[in-house]
Design a protein around this ligand. Sequence first.
Ligand SMILES: [Zn+2]
Ligand SMILES: [Zn+2]
Length: 341
Amino acid sequence: MKSIVYHGPEQIELIEHEIPIPGPGEIVVQNKVALTCGTDVKIYKRGYIWDPPFAFGHEASGVVSEIGEGVEKFAVGDRVFAHNTAPCNSCYYCKSGLHSLCENLTFNMGAFAEYQKIPREIVVQNTYLLPDAMSHETAALTEPFSCAVYGTDLLPIEMGSKVCVNGCGPLGLMFIRLCTLRGAEVIACDMTEERLEKARKMGAKHVIHVSEVEDQVDSVRALTPDGRGVDIAIEAVGLPSVWDLSIQMVRKGGFVLCFGGTKKGSTVTLDTTKLHYEQLTVKGIFHTTPRHVMQAFEMLKMGVLSGEDFIDHSYGIAETEEALIEHSKGHVIKNCIRFDQ
Ligand SMILES: [Zn+2]
Ligand SMILES: [Zn+2]
């Protein structure tokens, strides 16, 4: 089998090796598709929290090719989605209901591979059987979508709320769709026309091309009643400067969701007077939980989003680097690696 290994910034390698054998409780999935994600692009460009080398990619869907001893939930031939993590359910954070902060999160990287072994914890908690009508492309969106579902669940959103989504990459678009479904009026900000077009399709009522306006914060405020600012701002870019803008554009008592992960060691300066006298809430968020993976999968079954909305181009596994470089240019939402190519 072939798979992609990450060796460091702008260093990835296609290798050949044996197909993994599942241990007790594990399954092996023959991937049909894997998607590129903003996180993969960031890792490709600037490295990650883990030391390389490691198996690369984390959004995939495929067919079960072998099951380990004791697996009853799945059989060979099942079309499945397996999430990339599972919490331990026994640490302080899991017991407190904060599963995304689990101290012993099981990770399963290596989606850019023809076959992938799925750890027992993920098989038990975070693997789903696809209904016939669901494509592998749509199923592979479950991972990023579950992060947006978790984020949206934390928003104090009400019907008629004014929400600004900063950044219209895949996650920003998912936030736009979810906030619209919850009855909000969404303003979308981005710097490429293609992404703003998709933002409209996902339900954004207003779009702002940030490089075409003099002052992004003023432009956002101008779209709110009495120019008071949005109720909620979501940062879905991962740049400290956009974290800052997001804090500037909310109304008094407003809520800022800092979703986009920034480069290690980044800081932002907070106007403490504003934070205090305007009673702002600035909330960080990381990853997702099994509850939100379940909810995301249910919503994908309902058809609230589909792979077609998010995937621009297809590549073979040998062209993974090209798919990532193309993604990094900011004109596509996601690229797809197809293993039958
Ligand atoms: Zn992802
Ligand atoms: Zn835990």
